[in-house]
Design a protein around this ligand. Structure first.
Ligand SMILES: O=c1ccn([C@@H]2O[C@H](COP(=O)(O)O)[C@@H](O)[C@H]2O)c(=O)[nH]1
Length: 239
């Protein structure tokens, strides 16, 4: 794999509440990662201006707000996300079929078959374990739930899922080669696990067939974020 191909796969999670900090990351990392993820912390603190700032640097954005609400509310919020010109955004598959199908219908009506943001369904968070599921009354194993939610999302017309890299083979088998799989829960050997539970290394996640890897703290918390990003690219290329 070339360096550019490896770079395209990496999405850096801009998890901060400071616009200036994020601007610095966007400048120093834009030739080392393929996309920037704007999540709940940054969007709540600094708003859509962050998306525009990244776009001004020529960067592409994954808006990770994980919508989960009644179908109409999620469909309308999704339209606003897509109107920001982001490349990816997401909702929770646990919101159910109607919520996902209404969202896809609203997007298709607005963009009339033209290019639009891809919408991803979050399956089971990478910080969750079987115990987490039991606490909320779900007795099925994590892998079974992930495949069930991915299949439901695909049936509703969703473009892909967010899942742990560990579940990539099962999702591919159930949903086919064109269904996007975006994987947080990626930890290079040099980084701490933090609150992530279902993890793989960057090279393993790429080898398993992930389309994009979301990586935050292993880069952002490193003493030299640009150097950490380079080490991740080297690992992916060497595999
Ligand atoms: O299942 C999920 C869904 C989303 N995330 C998000 O990805 C990043 C991961 O950051 P790290 O610092 O690399 O752990 C973070 O913004 C999460 O909100 C996830 O981790 N798992």
């Amino acid at each position: 794999m070339t360096r550019d191909q490896a770079r395209e796969k990496v999405i850096f999670a801009l998890d901060s509440n400071e616009f200036a900090h994020v601007q610095y990351w966007a400048e120093t990392l834009s030739d080392r990662v393929g996309m920037f993820k704007v999540g709940k912390q940054l969007f709540t603190a600094c708003g859509p201006a962050t998306v525009r700032m990244i776009q001004k640097f020529g960067g592409e954005v994954f808006l990770d707000l994980k919508f989960h609400d009644i179908p109409n509310t999620v469909a309308m919020a999704s339209l606003e996300a897509a109107r920001l010109g982001v490349k990816l955004f997401n909702l929770h598959a646990l919101g159910g079929y109607e919520m996902m199908a209404r969202t896809v219908e609203a997007l298709d009506k607005e963009f009339k078959g033209g290019e639009r943001a891809k919408v991803l369904a979050v399956t089971i968070l990478t910080s969750s374990t079987e115990e987490t599921l039991r606490q909320v009354g779900i007795e099925s194993p994590v892998e079974e739930m992930v495949v069930r939610l991915a299949t439901l999302a695909r049936k509703a017309g969703i473009d892909g899922v967010v899942a742990s890299p560990r579940e990539i083979p099962l999702i591919r088998e159930a949903c086919g080669p064109d269904f996007l799989i975006v994987t947080p829960g990626v930890r290079p050997a040099f980084a701490a696990l933090n609150d992530q539970k279902r993890v793989m290394t960057p090279a393993e996640a790429v080898r398993a067939g992930g389309d994009y890897l979301v990586i935050g703290r292993p880069i952002g918390d490193a003493p030299d974020p640009a150097g950490a990003a380079e080490m991740i690219l080297d690992e992916i290329m060497a595999d």
